[in-house]
Design a protein around this ligand. Structure first.
Ligand SMILES: CC(C)(COP(=O)(O)OP(=O)(O)OC[C@H]1O[C@@H](n2cnc3c(N)ncnc32)[C@H](O)[C@@H]1OP(=O)(O)O)[C@@H](O)C(=O)NCCC(=O)NCCS
Length: 203
């Protein structure tokens, strides 16, 4: 399965992505996505985490979540975007994302992936609400939330210790009726493919 965006495609999170996990889990991307954790993660513990996810997915089915690899249009694996938890009864889903290589941050890749997964969650999975948690210093996520129409719903005081400083946690939510659809959002934000990219993957 593949969802095609302007800068990225969402693809199965396969071996090409997994091979980069050790790098990604030990650089600044892990610090930001975990809310301040800098401990070194070994290859073995990454494998254990993957095994645990697979076991939980087997037991819980789709409620455990759905993980996509985010890849650039030239096929470069960039990271993941996930629905981490899904409550079928309330049709509520929690999102998460990490672009592993900081060189790609701020270039629009994460937002392109976000638009795709929002459309997938509302359009295919029939979710009623999406939510996401971050820290009050994660400016990239805060900007993404603002751009895509999420509302700031809660502020948790002193929720994350990051390099010795306490920061608040922020919870954002987006209701289905607030989502105009990906095409409308692409137009509203004026998003475009980068020069030389025609929207189809080369690998
Ligand atoms: C969060 C993440 C997925 C966003 O993806 P991205 O490709 O960096 O995001 P985008 O470029 O689409 O959007 C980020 C926005 O923040 C802005 N931004 C970047 N650095 C900024 C800064 N220092 N101050 C203010 N705004 C900043 C960008 O300009 C962009 O806004 P714009 O489109 O109006 O210019 C990615 O940065 C990432 O993986 N970060 C590390 C892990 C992480 O934080 N995960 C999320 C945990 S909740």
């Amino acid at each position: 399965m593949m969802f095609e965006g302007l800068l990225v495609d969402l693809v199965p999170y396969g071996k090409r992505f997994f091979a980069l996990e050790r790098t990604w889990r030990n650089n600044d991307s892990a610090f930001w996505s975990s809310g301040g954790d800098r401990h070194i993660v070994s290859r073995a513990s990454i494998q254990r985490m993957a095994d645990r996810w697979a076991e939980e997915a087997e037991q819980m089915g789709p409620s455990r979540g759905i993980m996509f690899g985010v890849q650039a249009k030239d096929g470069t694996p960039l990271g993941f975007i996930t629905i981490n938890w899904l409550l079928p009864h309330s049709r509520l889903a929690m999102l998460g994302a990490r672009i592993g290589d900081p060189a790609y941050w701020g270039g629009g890749y994460g937002t392109d992936a976000l638009l795709l997964i929002i459309d997938y969650a509302f359009g295919w999975l029939d979710m009623r609400k999406l939510w996401l948690g971050t820290t009050s210093v994660n400016v990239r996520v805060m900007r993404q939330m603002e751009k895509t129409g999420f509302a700031l719903e809660a502020r948790e005081r002193c929720a994350a210790l990051m390099d010795g400083v306490w920061h608040d946690g922020l919870l954002y939510g987006l209701l289905r009726e607030e989502w105009p659809g990906r095409d409308a959002m692409v137009e509203r934000l004026g998003l475009r493919a980068k020069d030389g990219q025609n929207g189809s993957s080369t690998r």
